[in-house]
Design a protein around this ligand. Sequence first.
Ligand code: HEC
Length: 688
Amino acid sequence: MSQLRAFALATAIAVIASGCAPRPGEANGEHADLAGPHPGAAVYQQWCSSCHDNGQQSGAPSLAAIRTLNRATVKYALELGYMKIQAKDVPKEELAQLIDWLPSAEGTNDNWISAARCPTKIREVRLTGAPRVSTTYGVTNNGNRAQTAEETGLSRDDMKDLEVAWVAAFPQTPTMRSQPVIVGDTIFIAATDAGRLYALDTNSGCVKWSYVSDMTLRSSLSFAEATDHSPAAIIMGDAAGFVHAVDAKTGRKLWVSEARLNEYNRITGAPVVHDGKVFAPVSAIEVNYAGQDDYQCCKGQGAVVAFDLATGKKVWTGKTMEPAQPTRLGRTGTQQWGPSGAIIWSTPIVDPARNVIYAGTGENTSWPATDTSDSIIAYDMNTGDRRWVFQATKSDIWNYACGRRAANCDWPGEYHSPDHDFGATSMLIKRQDGSELVIAGQKSGVVWALNPDNGQLVWSNKVGRGSANGGVHWGMAFDGTRIFVPNNDSNRPAAPDENPAWGPGINAVNAMTGEIEWSYKNNARDCGQALPVAKASVPTPEWRIQRVTAPVLPTPRAAAPPAPPRPSLPAGTPRVTSTESAVAVRPVVATPCRLGMSPPPLLVDGAVVTGTTQGMLRIFDGKTGEVLFEYMTNREFPTTVNKVPGHGGGLDSAPYIAGDGTLFVQSGYARFGEPPGNVLIAFRPKKP
Ligand code: HEC
């Protein structure tokens, strides 16, 4: 652990700051000299292009996007991080050429900060008496993602007529994945790829302070109030599985603590804070390593880890299963390990009355399956003991080998591999009659309403077709009576016998009955076609609810013969093993423009803010589904307040938050073929 961090730090120090990051696409030839093209380009073609030139299928960022990353990030990814397995057979010398060629802007490029620094009189981060506008991914710890007019300074009517007030852009950042926190007139925001956290002035975008992480950052942010033992802090997780606590007033590091159970863990959901403790959700990076037949799959597991807020000391670890043991030899003779998976992608939600936190888990990644995968787990906040487990789907074992049923996706007994995680953050809601529910949205397209006391099912509704990349992806929102459920389904038109409310778009669901009240389907207008704005509709009664009984049981596996083992290739032959698996499991869409709504909605005074993976910001009236406002964020922003060249891209993960009379939208997501981008756009009501 310390070795790894020391390495990253050394790398970060070793590189020298240089000018602004070039725009993706303009970077080619950067290192070319008169003697010919840089050899790293050929290494890329041989070892990397199969995935990175096919982002739609593989989920990988484009070459242009990875060329905006800094050298430390690329080196970390290839030597220790996400791409370790992909890069393990690349000869050392070629790997060095690749690392030399890939980052088109060297160094960490913080030059812009001094010029963008706030004038002294507004530089202070004022916390005393300042409204806590949004303090975590779910806006508050119940995950409802609802903000009032009073909190935000924006009314529903304001949302009809917004204009861009200012734009800030971040260098070496192809993906804006981390939801900011707003307290008073300060917005705390991370440029995760570059390992930077900033406190910006909400009014002008000037910089109050900046924090440098020695590791790629990853999660959304949470705000921790000051206690008798600790100052107010910003809490977040990094790509290596560590939690960072940073002084909210100064940007000084308070502590960095390890949340991982083993080397495969990372942190994706925001760590949440309650009553002097930080609860960090733990995910893992191993699913895609499993595409290689000789990989010993799998040991990565999910957990919630509690830390003391003041010291960063670990208090308890709430596991999702027992540690993995060697299980059996795979078809190619490689040792397999299990159980594994049930990792936690989402932000946990807090129930102070029951002294419980709830977290949703993903699929198992190797055999045997556990009764904790694709589940909602209630953990006791004092001890980390499991109070109850609700399992939605049983025996869902999936990893990147499953597309072609390769050696690491071939197990005994009954299982299936739909990859139906609870990647979405759940909500603890209070209904009109005062009763409470835990609402959980799954990639299967099902919304589950559970009794928070015991995890028993109250109602369910399958509102999306669902798939490995579809259904409910990151979360929902609740306005007091309606649950807003975005749908990241593929573009395929509904089959004649299929619910017409399924498909990419959003459904408003009645919290008492679970029935759909209105349904909106995105159209190819979002992909630049000259179509009118689509209209919401009310489904006919037979399509308002399709109940599902949990746990969903495995469907018999197709009798397709298993793939033959891979012949070993002579050194230097391009490896396509993991490419094929990655390509096969990702849904291939009819057009290169996906219409899905992956990010969770945000409610501002009853207006529903949504976004599409292609970058369309769309705001609805929550009661009727009427479209109030649209803005395509996938565009150039040549003029930014901090003078860093800006461009928008896809809206994904957690792109919007409101406060101080402003709707903030972060645009850019270099994953799954979505357009990269690096901007924070501040929208305000048009001045009369
Ligand atoms: C099997 C497909 C595949 C191959 C082959 C592959 N990659 Fe990737 N790569 C991915 C995916 C998928 C991601 C996105 C991971 C995520 O979701 O964070 C990624 C991410 C990355 C990142 C970004 C990491 C970060 O922290 O944001 C870099 C850099 C990268 N790859 C470089 C390479 C290089 C260089 C090669 C060739 C040696 C390579 N990759 C080969 C699939 C692949």
